[in-house]
Design a protein around this ligand. Structure first.
Ligand code: IMP
Ligand code: MG
Length: 182
């Protein structure tokens, strides 16, 4: 694929395509199978962390072959404005009851894991039946993530990635592949 000719790119070149549309589709289907097998009973609520997870989540839930519900979280970290303080505030809180349900928190990419750790603390306090993380990508440099990523798409290179939901300054989320920016 000639990415430099892609009209979606604002005329910018990408360094390389890291995961093709086909590779992503294949892996998402496998993740769907893993998740289907992992939840044999009970109510499953798939919680997408916006905005980054919106494309991944919409593909993933169609590959989970059991009853489930979908909701989203919008989180914001706040602090002194220059560096994340690690405090997390929910701008949108799921309306569904979490107690007694299997909760699967879906994230696009784990970098420092700071937001995710705080969110997991917050969700755990609502007494779900189980609480797990599903991430499409993991940079494995996370120093602050106190929870394992139970379901993982790919081990990501330590490069800035865009596409398939991932943005740079809100651009490039709609690329059907994942690319590394120059
Ligand atoms: P963390 O709290 O440091 O793990 O940050 C995770 C969030 O940072 C993700 O949900 C993304 O929004 C963003 N992020 C981290 N790495 C990348 C990247 O390579 N490309 C685009 N967004 C990223
Ligand atoms: Mg982002």
């Amino acid at each position: 694929m000639s990415t430099t000719a892609d009209p979606r790119l604002l005329g910018r070149a990408v360094r390389r395509v890291v995961y093709t549309k086909e590779a992503i589709a294949q892996r998402v289907q496998e993740l769907g199978d893993e998740i289907t097998a992992a939840y044999s009973d009970g109510e499953l609520l798939v919680l997408g962390l916006l905005k980054g997870s919106f494309i991944f989540l919409s593909d993933l839930v169609r590959d989970i072959r059991r009853p489930l519900q979908v909701d989203f979280l919008v989180a914001s970290s706040y602090g002194d404005g220059t560096e994340s303080s690690g405090n997390v505030r929910l701008l949108y809180d799921p309306e569904t009851e979490l107690e007694g349900k299997h909760i699967l928190l879906v994230e696009d990419i784990v970098d420092t894991g700071r937001t995710l750790s705080r969110l997991m603390d917050l969700l755990r306090a609502r007494n779900p039946r189980s609480l797990e993380i599903c991430a499409l990508l993991h940079k494995h440099i996370a120093t602050e993530l106190r929870y394992p990523t139970r379901f993982l798409g790919f081990d990501a290179p330590n490069e800035f990635l865009v596409g398939y939901g991932l943005d740079h300054a809100e651009n490039f989320r709609h690329l059907p592949y994942i690319a590394s920016l120059q």
